[in-house]
Design a protein around this ligand. Structure first.
Ligand SMILES: [Zn+2]
Length: 343
């Protein structure tokens, strides 16, 4: 396949090229597939793809899909790079413009979540804060913001962004998506259907804007964005890829411009959670009563004391609440966890 040497030099594919060149500053290059699809390598781990002029885009959309924002979250990286190989091998034709991103190549090489700073806290301009000055991850966040901005300017309508992750912590709900907070926004029905198609049965509506990649794209670029947690972290080659078939098939269908399939049991009901309380380390003799190793979405009945300090005692009220992202080891003023409730 002629596109391989152009795009990936001597590497057999996108993943190995990205790992081999993780810290190299490569020039931008473009090449064309035999069917006329344009593929550009914007930088290491960043590809943009444009179908030939005149080809139908039945869903009239453009997509940004990112993986490896945390370098050790390998399964989504394997899913995305496998889809690129399928396209380059001519297994299907692209219907819509795509921007595909492997977020943190040096951390992928190291098999680490990040090297100097958590890349998924550096968006929405946070990379400009003085404490991140000079860090490669701050430069990468800036590059990804700029690249997404250019792509969104070229494709302003019906743009979606899926930022794919896997989790370190166990979860009672294996796959779940986070919908970044944007004032007054409702989740479109078609996006809920897509999550179910990808076998993601749980959606958590966030309650304030943050510094994640998906929060940046939704609040600054106006995309329909989701952070999608797809299961457990494992090293490259150790993933049970059957468990990621849902997202792979669903993305492939979108890339090809296929129609949304009918909902199939058991993936026919999306449970939507909302945040009812943000637990902050108050510093005033703060005591957190949740064990360190508790799984995400662990439910607590009415009356359970979740945290206390010298002035406050937070109990679960009315209906059961569940906890996500518990982490007691945070500085005063920072988030210890979120209490959530099914809508
Ligand atoms: Zn992650």
């Amino acid at each position: 396949m002629a596109a391989y040497p152009d795009l990936f030099e001597s590497s057999p594919g996108w993943l190995s090229h990205t790992l081999t060149n993780a810290t190299t500053d490569l020039p931008k290059i473009e090449t064309t597939l035999p069917d006329g699809t344009l593929i550009g390598r914007e930088s290491v781990g960043v590809l943009y793809l444009t179908p030939p002029a005149g080809r139908a885009n039945p869903n009239q959309e453009a997509l940004i899909v990112s993986a490896g924002i945390h370098g050790n979250e390998t399964a989504p990286i394997e899913v995305l790079t496998a889809l690129v190989s399928e396209l380059l091998n001519g297994e299907w034709q692209l219907a819509c413009p795509l921007l595909l991103i492997l977020g943190n190549p040096p951390a992928m090489v190291a098999g680490e979540r990040f090297l100097d700073a958590n890349l998924n806290r550096l968006f929405n301009g946070a990379h400009r804060r003085p404490e991140y000055d000079g860090l490669p991850e701050a430069a990468r966040a800036q590059l990804l913001e700029d690249t997404c901005r250019q792509f969104a300017m070229a494709h302003p309508k019906a743009l979606s962004h899926y930022d794919l992750h896997t989790a370190i912590r166990p979860s009672h709900r294996e796959k779940f998506a986070l919908y970044p907070f944007v004032e007054g926004r409702q989740v479109p029905e078609a996006q809920c259907d897509f999550l179910l198609e990808a076998e993601v049965e749980t959606l958590l509506l966030q309650h304030k804007a943050g510094t994640t990649f998906s929060s940046f794209s939704s609040s600054v670029l106006g995309t329909e964005s989701f952070t999608v947690e797809l299961g457990k972290v494992r090293p490259f080659g150790m993933n049970d890829l059957r468990s990621f078939e849902g997202i792979k098939k669903a993305l492939r269908r979108r890339f090809c411009g296929g129609a949304s399939p009918a909902k199939q049991p058991p993936f026919n009901h999306l449970t939507v959670f909302e945040v009812v309380h943000e637990i902050l380390n108050t510093g005033k003799n703060f005591r957190f009563h949740i064990p360190d190793d508790v799984a995400n979405f662990t439910e607590y009945p009415q009356g359970t004391v979740i945290w206390e300090d010298d002035g406050t005692c937070y109990r679960v009220e009315l209906s059961p609440q569940a906890i996500v992202f518990p982490n007691r080891d945070v500085p005063v003023g920072q988030r210890v966890g979120l209490m959530i409730r099914a809508q």
